[in-house]
Design a binder for this molecule. Structure first.
Ligand SMILES: C[S@@+](CC[C@H](N)C(=O)[O-])C[C@H]1O[C@@H](n2cnc3c(N)ncnc32)[C@H](O)[C@@H]1O
Length: 272
């Protein structure tokens, strides 16, 4: 790729080669840059093609992510975009809370959340795949975290009483559930009246749902948007339960004071 004049200077810079071949070096640098750009473009196109194929395949048939992929999606790039500690904050997790996590995968976000709620808190994590639950248990022991209860369970039939949890969250899970409406009804049942339901999503996930689709689904299940963080590339949506309908003629439900007060809490923008 390098021209002879540049090669001579690189191999033996002290030899007598005559004038420094600036034009030749510049041309070589441009050629190298061009090759790198082309390689990056090919990689990007390859990723986009694979992603599209995976999205179409996942649209036709949904199934839980195989457990051996848990380590693949738990990578440094992912942790930069969705840092575990910051993600717990985005989900509104506070010390002492009773929290339900759905679909922990490798358990990285489970550990961060368990540390956030502290010894007074309780974190229950459920996954349909027993291997995932075993991974989480091993990780909790290795990290010295003892306030995690990891159980095999399906979102369609959560083994908990009504109104058990202060917060429910899931990361890159709802998109791979074939009947999200059924899952949302369960979340509504086990969430306390003042509790929150949070979803974090990443565009790289072949099951990534649009924020507007998820908001519509959640609204149909009796939730309303409380907070939105992020952008199209990654986002977190936090919902709260709609208040119970006011009895007829109670006067409640009519606009009072400055209207749309809840809308002002909707925060949009990157980061948290
Ligand atoms: C793409 S992984 C995400 C893992 C982890 N939350 C993360 O972001 O790294 C989806 C997880 O949801 C779990 N899952 C899928 N369907 C489920 C269901 N019906 N009930 C409970 N867990 C389910 C899968 O087993 C898997 O652990």
């Amino acid at each position: 790729m390098l021209r002879a004049a540049s090669r001579q200077w690189i191999e033996d810079p002290n030899a007598e080669h005559g004038q420094f071949p600036m034009t030749s070096i510049l041309a070589d640098a441009c050629a190298v840059l061009g090759s790198i750009t082309r390689a990056l473009a090919v990689l990007l196109l390859l990723f986009a093609a694979l992603h599209t194929v995976a999205r179409i395949a996942r649209h036709i048939r949904k199934f839980p992510m195989p457990h051996f992929l848990a380590n693949v999606i738990d990578n440094p790039l992912r942790r930069r975009i969705q840092p575990p500690e910051r993600t717990a904050l985005r989900h509104g997790i506070e010390p002492g809370m009773t929290v339900l996590e759905v679909g922990p995968g490798s358990g990285t976000y489970t550990i961060a959340t368990a540390r956030r709620i502290g010894a007074q808190g309780r974190l229950v994590t459920v996954d349909i795949e027993p291997e995932m639950i075993e991974r989480v248990k091993r990780k909790a022991v290795a990290e010295g975290v003892s306030n995690i209860e990891a159980r095999v369970a399906d979102v369609y039939g959560l083994p908990f009483d009504d109104k058990t949890f202060d917060a429910i969250y899931m990361i890159a899970v709802i998109g791979e559930i074939p009947l999200p409406e059924k899952a949302l009804a369960e979340f509504h049942r086990v969430l306390s009246p003042s509790g929150t339901l949070a979803f974090s999503e990443l565009l790289m996930d072949p099951d990534y749902p649009c924020a507007s689709t998820l908001t519509r689904l959640a609204a149909s299940a009796g939730f309303r948007l409380k907070e939105k963080i992020g952008n199209t590339f990654y986002y977190t949506l936090v919902f709260e339960k709609n208040p119970p309908a006011a009895p007829p003629n109670s006067g409640a439900g009519l606009p009072t004071g400055p209207s749309q007060a809840s809308d002002t809490r909707i925060a949009t923008g990157a980061g948290s």
